[in-house]
Design a protein. Structure first.
Length: 95
């Protein structure tokens, strides 16, 4: 299986350019991102890799961590001028 795309999220602040249309980001442009590690009580090693993305359509926080050998991805999104976050959790399992 070939991945659709490969991503690299270095620790610190950076700008990512993208093309096409993305639901969360809009039509082509740049995303300002910041990556760091945070404590995560549910993680096997109690650490998660966090990415904050500032986009024209709002702010997304993605937290990735391992739990029982599975990769968890928890995303929170907050649109401009909004007070309620949209939160989702995905679990990736190797088969």
């Amino acid at each position: 299986i070939k991945p659709r795309r490969e991503l690299h999220y270095p620790i610190g602040d950076f700008v990512e350019t993208y093309e096409g249309t993305a639901t969360l980001f809009g039509d082509g442009g740049v995303i300002h991102r910041s990556c760091f590690y945070l404590a995560e009580k549910d993680a096997d090693d109690e650490v998660s890799h966090v990415t904050i993305s500032e986009t024209p359509r709002g702010r997304e926080e993605s937290s990735r961590y391992l739990k029982n050998g599975e990769l968890f991805l928890r995303r929170s999104f907050l649109g401009p001028g909004k007070t309620d976050q949209v939160v989702s959790t995905e679990v990736f399992i190797r088969s």
